[in-house]
Design a protein around this ligand. Structure first.
Ligand code: ADP
Length: 752
């Protein structure tokens, strides 16, 4: 085989001397390393060629067993190649043989007479190169043939694919405006094969009028934006049928950016479009059923649900009237809700006679849906036809509605504008909605029942409450009566008995001669009368306080002045008891009912003095506390104040040095007719109502009252009154906080 520098040469030559001459020449060529194989005969040469596969053959024309042409012929058959790397060696003047040899496949010829090292090398070189070239050409030819075959095959495949995919191809020359369609394209457009004339106008005429502008726009946009073309449009065949087409294409531009050609495909997408429409319808149906279900779950308002149903169903069916009828117990059907399209008659409240209904009652009870595509082509009862005509209906659907097992009413749809073939999917939807309605009707019924029960229960509760209040009131009256009887029998009877005794004695004249005793009796009667008057006053006072427990009239007062008023009332008794009254009170404005507070102070001062030993003192101290009111409810049944951040209180403390109050009485003494000792009323002239009155007054001020004492060590009565914050300057005649603080506290000692 040929290497870069090595070459194998087969010499077929019967003359030994000439063979050695050839070898000599070749050995003088130092550009290649020659391997030389020599044969004397043609047959041997052919054999060696098979074995050694030399790069070239130096062939003598005259051989013992054949001539050069026969050798070439045999060689060509052996290697089946046109490129025989053979240099034919001829005798002088035998050039005609040479041309025959070239035709038979030899590459070169060389006359033995002009043989030199150089022309031998060149001839061999050319023979080899030409051979190689021919081989390459032959290879290319083979490859070409193969490609052509593949191409033909592919073209056939494409044609088959287009045919089986029913895909049309268009090729639009934008320069001359000519359009080419394949056979499938024509078929897709409902045209006979070969009938398309290649004009855009013909194509345009096939497009649905509503889609023409859009198709044109798409083509223009695709050219302008250099993008692929893809859009769907409708075409109308000659028979008027409408078909959906999808087209895809590419635009080709020349070197200067000019659109020259656009090629693309068309397919029919009717099936896809139908599937999409079907899916769309299905989705729409599902949405409607879902909406209705949600609404039914959410609302218990049946009229609202029924109204929504008729509106939604009419919209979904794209029909002219949807009505719901309700059956009366005698099967008269009344239209209770309807949705009706513009221009069509309203039939709300229309009643359908039970004689008509009864002929269909069995069907309705079994849930049978009746539908008519055209009332004039189907066989229906004459009355039914008249009825539907009166409703302007041309086609109708009737679906029964149930409440549980029981037939409740009908859902009807009327198509008035034209006959209408109702689709099974439409009927199915109306049936589904009628089922949902059944649930809604049942729910609404249950709800109404529950509401009725609720109202009844509420009424019963109210009656019970009324009875309770009445009973409580009766009990309160009973308690009051008992209390009154108690007061009368005990508190009032005691002084009255004393008076009766004293006056009786006087009346009998037993004392006529005893002026001293008589005087004593009159005194007793007078004292008891006074006590009785006091008692009656106190009872009336308490009653008044209770009756107006929420309305006291408060005003801004000077604390000092109020206490002074109470002291003034008590001055006489204090002097008589030999008790000093000591007042400690800073100048303070307080928000109170002045007379009531004077009454409280008078009461407490009176008690303090009553129980004070002579020559002792009773002190009254007033302080302001800027803190929430202390919790003392554990000790006193007083009104609790909700502490707030800006509350302030005024605390009054009345302290005496008397006998004190035992711990277990500290709270009870604030109850009516409660005294530490039963003799207190007799000895001290009390009524046992004073502290109850004080407590009532303080509580009306939202305050608290309590007593602290150690037996034998005197007692202190406290009461605290919550106060509003100071008024702002904006209010005329008001005082700011500083006004109070600037006033120095005063200590007043009254030595009476
Ligand atoms: P009375 O008219 O009996 O004083 P009160 O309701 O004012 O009625 O007082 C009830 C009772 O509380 C008194 O009878 C007395 O036993 C006791 N009490 C009130 N104040 C004092 C006090 N400062 N010291 C001792 N006991 C008192």
């Amino acid at each position: 085989m040929t290497h870069d520098k090595s070459r194998t040469i087969l010499i077929v030559e019967d003359s030994r001397s000439y063979r050695s001459k050839l070898r000599d020449y070749l050995s003088q060529d130092n550009r290649y390393d020659y391997t030389i194989i020599e044969t004397e005969t043609g047959a041997e040469g052919l054999k060696q060629y098979r074995i050694a596969k030399p790069d070239a053959i130096l062939l003598d024309y005259i051989l013992p067993d054949m001539n050069g042409l026969e050798f070439l012929h045999a060689l060509q058959q052996q290697i089946e190649k046109p490129d025989l790397p053979v240099v034919l060696l001829t005798e002088y003047n035998k050039e005609n043989l040479a041309s025959q040899a070239i035709e038979s496949g030899a590459q070169q010829y060389l006359s033995k007479s002009v043989l030199t090292t150089e022309n031998l090398r060149l001839s061999l070189h050319h023979a080899i190169k030409q051979g190689e070239l021919l081989r390459q050409v032959a290879d290319l030819q083979v490859q070409n043939d193969r490609h052509l075959k593949v191409l033909n095959h592919k073209e056939e495949q494409l044609r088959l694919a287009l045919a089986s995919a029913q895909m049309g191809i268009w090729d639009w020359n934008l320069l001359n405006g000519h359009i080419q369609w394949n056979r499938e394209h024509e078929e897709l457009f409902g045209l006979a094969p070969g009938s398309f004339d290649g004009n855009y106008e013909t194509f345009d005429r096939c497009i649905h009028p509503e889609d023409r502008a859009m198709v044109h726009q798409c083509v223009v946009e695709s050219i302008e934006s250099h993008t692929s073309l893809c859009h769907q449009f409708r075409i109308v065949w000659a028979d008027g049928s409408i078909h959906w087409i999808e087209t895809r294409g590419e635009v080709y531009f020349n070197a200067i950016g000019e659109a020259i050609r656009t090629i693309g495909t068309v397919v029919n997408i009717d099936a896809r479009q139908q599937a999409q429409q079907l899916l769309q319808n299905q989705l729409e149906r599902q949405r409607l059923v879902l909406d209705m279900t949600v609404q039914i779950r959410r609302s218990l308002d049946l009229p609202e649900i029924l109204n929504t149903t008729v509106n939604e169903v009419r919209q979904f069916l794209q029909t002219d009237r949807v009505t719901i009828y309700k059956f009366a117990p005698d099967w008269v059907a009344t239209a209770i809700v309807e949705s009706v399209g513009m221009g069509w008659k309203e039939i709300l409240t229309t009643q359908i006679s039970n004689t008509y209904i009864e002929s269909y009652l069995d069907d309705f009870r079994q849930g049978v849906v009746t539908q008519n595509a055209d009332i004039y082509t189907v066989e229906i009862d004459a009355w039914y036809l008249v009825l539907l005509e009166s409703f302007q209906a041309r086609a109708n659907v009737v679906v029964p509605i149930f409440k549980g097992e029981e037939l409740w009413g009908l859902l009807t749809a009327h198509h008035c504008s034209a006959p209408r073939q109702w689709q099974p999917s439409e009927i199915d939807l109306v049936k589904q909605l009628s089922n949902q309605l059944s649930i809604a009707i049942q729910q609404a019924d249950l709800f109404a029942l529950a509401q009725l029960e609720l109202t009844q229960r509420k009424q019963a509760e109210m009656t019970l409450q009324l009875l309770n209040t009445e009973m409580e009131q009766r009990q309160a009256v009973e308690t009051l009566k008992d209390e009154f009887i108690g007061i009368v029998s005990h508190e009032l009877r005691t002084p009255l008995t004393s008076m009766q005794g004293a006056l009786g004695l006087l009346a009998m004249g037993l004392m006529d001669d005893e002026p001293e005793q008589m005087k004593q009796m009159i005194e007793i009667a007078s004292i008891e009368t006074e006590r009785l008057v006091r008692l009656v006053n106190n009872i009336l006072d308490l009653d008044k306080l209770d009756a107006h427990s929420n309305s006291i009239e408060q005003e801004w007062c000077d604390a000092h002045t109020l206490i002074q008023r109470a002291i003034d009332v008590m001055t006489g008794s204090a002097a008589a008891a030999g008790v000093d009254l000591v007042l400690e009170c800073p100048p303070l404005q307080i928000w109170v009912a002045p007379d009531r507070i004077v009454q409280t102070l008078t009461n407490l001062l009176g008690n303090a003095m009553k129980f004070s030993p002579p020559n002792s003192s009773v002190s009254i101290a007033v302080t302001q506390i800027n803190e929430p009111m202390p919790e003392r409810a554990g000790r006193l049944d007083s009104v609790r104040m909700a502490p707030t951040s800006n509350t302030r209180q005024i605390c009054f403390a009345i302290r005496d040095c008397g006998r004190g109050i035992p711990a277990d009485k500290l709270e009870t003494i604030f109850n009516r007719f409660q005294q530490v000792d039963s003799s207190d009323s007799r000895d001290k002239g009390g009524t046992g109502l004073g502290l109850a009155i004080c407590k009532s007054i303080v509580e009306q001020h939202q305050g608290r009252i309590w007593a602290e004492s150690e037996w034998g060590q005197g007692s202190t009565f406290f009461f605290i009154l919550p106060q509003p914050m100071y008024r702002s300057r904006a209010e005329p005649g008001t005082l700011e906080q500083e006004d109070f603080l600037n006033l120095s506290s005063a200590r007043v000692s009254l030595n009476l």
